[in-house]
Design a protein around this ligand. Structure first.
Ligand code: DGP
Length: 114
């Protein structure tokens, strides 16, 4: 996708504070952090959101979750805990139309999500 901001970050055309990268996935710090640690985990290939999961390779879906686990350990959150969230569509206030998983931690998070 030519104009997709996360595609541009994945291709290195826009700078980001990268925390993890493998063949299929890149992860970088959120520009507008909602917690002391707020990382976005993104497939390098363009998918709009989880509605497209049916057309994604299973290895990629697995790679996204595996990356979350690795990053959490890398950042020392595996014992203290963390939350992963993927906003999908208007009611979830998805603002970037490229599938991403938010990884949040580094402090006690709100008990309820709304
Ligand atoms: P969502 O609302 O779930 O679509 O989250 C999109 C997130 O992306 C939001 O928390 C802010 C972040 N974001 C938007 N543009 C950029 C950018 O250019 N760089 C980085 N690092 N984060 C961005």
């Amino acid at each position: 996708m030519e104009d997709c901001i996360f595609c541009k970050i994945a291709r290195g055309e826009i700078p980001s504070s990268k925390v993890y990268e493998d063949e299929q996935v890149v992860a970088f710090n959120d520009l507008n952090p909602q917690a002391p640690v707020h990382v976005l985990i993104v497939p390098k290939a363009h998918y709009a959101n989880l509605n497209e999961a049916g057309g994604m390779p299973e290895a990629l879906l697995a790679a996204l979750l595996r990356a979350a686990s690795r990053i959490a350990a890398q950042l020392g959150l595996d014992k203290s805990g963390y939350r992963i969230v993927s906003n999908c569509g208007p009611d979830a206030c998805q603002s970037v139309q490229h599938l991403h998983i938010h990884l949040l931690g580094g402090a006690k998070l709100a008990e309820k999500m709304s």
